[in-house]
Design a protein around this ligand. Structure first.
Ligand SMILES: [Zn+2]
Length: 229
């Protein structure tokens, strides 16, 4: 069951959507002037988890991370593509990328993701996840980068700054993360934890289409600001 959110939040979210939309409009000229029939650069979008690895599960809706990560990633793909940015997806279905007969499906899955991103020639990697924590009060979108990786840190901070302007529970800062999808690449790579499925109020937002549009729009604006600099 989804709890009704307070009257003020829809208004705030509408305002945030307008903010993101106006950012995107202001960048439309920059992007279209730089556009050629062939995308000038490519972004890899990695929807975390899949198949037997469903990730974390929403405390109220029971929707799993696998499903939501894919929904958000596909929305982001459409958004980037509409601005003539090339996109490669590590997965486009709910299935994992491992060989079903593999003895270590997790490792197999991660290796396949790495292969797809490396072979694509992508210049940026966005890995999309939903967070969770035993303490249900923990909440807030947060972007992770590899320790000492300056370019990834700048990208993470660019997205986090937009989150703070648009999302009601965004964390105050980015965080260092020691994860495969950050450690295995030389290109700017970030993990975007869009929010906590273990927090009932944030979960209620994360499953809404309007909120998905807001989060993805914010990631995109953060990306554009990073590219502009
Ligand atoms: Zn995850």
């Amino acid at each position: 069951m989804i709890k009704a959110i307070s009257v003020k939040k829809p208004i705030l979210i509408c305002l945030a959507i307008i903010l993101v939309a106006s950012f995107l409009l202001s960048y439309q000229g920059v992007i279209s002037s730089a556009s050629t029939p062939k995308p000038s650069f490519t972004v890899a979008i990695d929807a975390g988890h899949g198949g037997i690895d469903g990730g974390t599960v929403g405390v109220q809706t029971g929707k799993d991370e696998n499903f939501l990560n894919l929904e958000y990633s596909l929305y982001l793909k459409e958004l980037l593509s509409s601005y003539n940015i090339g996109v490669v997806m590590t997965r486009t279905t709910l299935n994992g990328l491992y060989n079903p007969f593999s003895e270590n499906k997790k490792l197999d899955d991660m290796a396949k993701r790495k292969e797809i991103v490396k072979q694509s020639g992508a210049e940026i990697l966005l890995s999309i996840h939903m967070n969770s924590f035993p303490l249900s009060s923990s909440r807030g979108a947060q972007v992770f980068f590899k320790d000492g990786d300056t370019k990834s840190q700048v990208l993470a901070e660019s997205i986090q700054t937009v989150f703070q302007q648009t999302l009601p529970f965004a964390r105050a800062s980015t965080s260092i993360g020691d994860y495969y999808m950050l450690n295995e690449f030389d290109i700017p790579s970030v993990i975007v934890e869009c929010g906590y499925l273990s927090n009932p109020e944030e979960e209620a937002l994360l499953v809404q289409d309007e909120y998905k549009a807001l989060v993805c729009g914010s990631i995109f604006v953060g990306l554009l600001k990073f590219l502009a600099n």
